[in-house]
Design a protein around this ligand. Sequence first.
Ligand SMILES: [Mn+2]
Length: 347
Amino acid sequence: MPIANLLAVSDTRRADIARLAEELRPGRRVALSTHINADGDGCGSGTALARLLAQRGLKPFIVNPTPWPAMYRFLLGSDVIDRSPDGAAALRDADLLIVHDISDVKRLGGLAETVRQLPIPKLVIDHHLPSDEPPSDITLSDTTACATGELVFDFASVLGLELTSPIAQSLYAAILTDTGGFRFSNTTPRCHAIAAALLAAGVDPEEMYTRIYASAPVGRLQLLGEALETLAIDRDHGITWISVAAGALERHEVRSEDLDGIVEHARSVSGTRLALFFRDLGHGKVKVSFRSTGDVDVNRFARQFGGGGHAKAAGALIPGTLDAVRDSVVAAARAYLSESPQPAADR
Ligand SMILES: [Mn+2]
């Protein structure tokens, strides 16, 4: 496709955006919710949407199931209202709900039950694989989008909204982080074209790099050092895994977002087809992140444990002790990879 056409919006997405726009009438109070432990895409698509909806005359506010991450505080600015601390009560003040970067209502954690019962229109903007329990059937959803931020960019362009500097920063943060800094397989020509448009709208890439990847508390590196000590490898199957014990965050005085990206160190080991990251939450549950290289579908694998996500990045919350969960997931991974064909030697 010629580069000049990359920003064109497909007919399917246009139709979905038109359907969403019917509900987005000026004056309406809109709650915006993303998944527990919001990442760069959850935060950036949220703060971009809030500002775009305000431009359209709506009254948006954020209601997330877990606190806004400190590292993305700069995206909120002073104009986006975060009512997450009010929890379900804030949702009940809304005329309309937009759930973004989620395909499964359970990803709303402590807000899920309220959302299921909320008697207001619900819209979804998302790029995950479909789940058994979508939050709504009014969706702008496309798994070929590199990030939810790509769909929000299209939303702005189809509705003729202005890409102000804070909106462009938010969308850049969303796309930068969901593509692993433009390195993962979801990095498309279109994703780079959108990034170019965002730079043209005033985003400073070095400032974004510094804010997102070079503002770590020292505890994050100390925790990483401790986590890397647990690195284990099954070379025969191409499985590499890293674990973090309960209480490690408290000991190093860091937060859960400081664990983002640790699994990439496991994936970076040569010959790895499946990388696993185990985090003992300390209350009888272990959070497991799954990443793959090549043709291994980790969404399908994560579903064995009640989780899901994308083909190359997924997660699950599994009851049990760290040792028991690790043993059973690694055993299941060996069986799963044994039934998948070996990748080409140069992958
Ligand atoms: Mn995403």
